[in-house]
Ligand binder design. Structure first.
Ligand SMILES: [Zn+2]
Length: 240
């Protein structure tokens, strides 16, 4: 499986860093975790087929994780008519569907059928290519971290957290995690030591969604952990 960071920034974009969007390619299909940027433009820039996008999983509804959904659905609605992306939303799929429908209506467009579903805690998705398990976090009323399983690999994606000391789904690391993709916008990166120090199930760590105010702590964390360590930038690709 290949993971590409289309956006690695925190709550606001920075020069050459867009908001959070993670593209996962596996089994000839494309999946997204979060779409806080104009992911459909980036997808096309990379020469990928929009029709290959199977499912989009949002960690929570803050705009830096979800704003790109509108343009994605808009273009699938009127132009990429064979695309059938499924959208998984924390808390309020029906509300989000109605909001996008209303947005399209402003332009006089009717929205065709798209599957919008609520994310459910625990194992909630299995299409025979990937399996998704959701872990409730405390960042918002409805916010989740995910474990994505495919090709016998496990990838953890933190979404946004209050902080690893008070808000971290440790049970996701009961088994080996080949790659953990963790945010660092809201707390000192050294707080991850409370869950990752001497954690034999952590095989590789990638910090993304980092704020520049915490970047020196990210470098400290790197020096304190013995696992392979990556700092995400826009366009970074990781083979898992
Ligand atoms: Zn965020």
């Amino acid at each position: 499986m290949k993971i590409t960071f289309l956006g690695s920034s925190h709550g606001v974009p920075e020069a050459n860093r867009r908001c959070q969007s993670i593209m996962i390619e596996v089994g000839g299909k494309i999946y997204f975790v979060d779409m806080g940027t104009q992911s459909i433009e980036q997808l096309i820039t990379k020469g990928k087929a929009v029709e290959d996008v199977k499912s989009i999983f949002i960690t929570h509804l803050h705009g830096d994780h979800s704003n790109g959904l509108i343009s994605f659905i808009d273009l699938c609605n009127w132009y990429f008519k064979k695309a059938e992306p499924e959208v998984y939303i924390p808390g309020s799929a029906e509300k989000v569907k109605s909001a996008i429908e209303a947005w399209l209506k402003c332009n006089g467009e009717d929205m065709r059928y798209f599957k919008f579903e609520d994310v459910k805690e625990g194992a909630f998705y299995n299409d025979g290519i990937i399996k998704m398990t959701a872990y409730r976090t405390k960042h918002k009323d409805f916010s989740y971290a995910y474990i994505l399983e495919a090709e016998n690999k496990r990838v953890f994606i933190s979404g946004d957290l209050l902080g690893p000391k008070a808000d971290f789904p440790k049970e996701a690391f009961d088994k080996p995690v080949d790659l953990a993709i963790c945010e660092c916008a809201h707390f000192n990166a050294n707080d991850y030591l409370s869950v990752f120090e001497n954690n034999e199930n952590l095989k590789k760590l990638c910090i993304t969604h980092y704020s520049n105010r915490w970047i020196s702590s990210v470098m400290e964390l790197k020096s304190k952990l013995s696992v392979p360590f990556l700092l995400a930038t826009d366009g970074l690709e990781i083979d898992v």
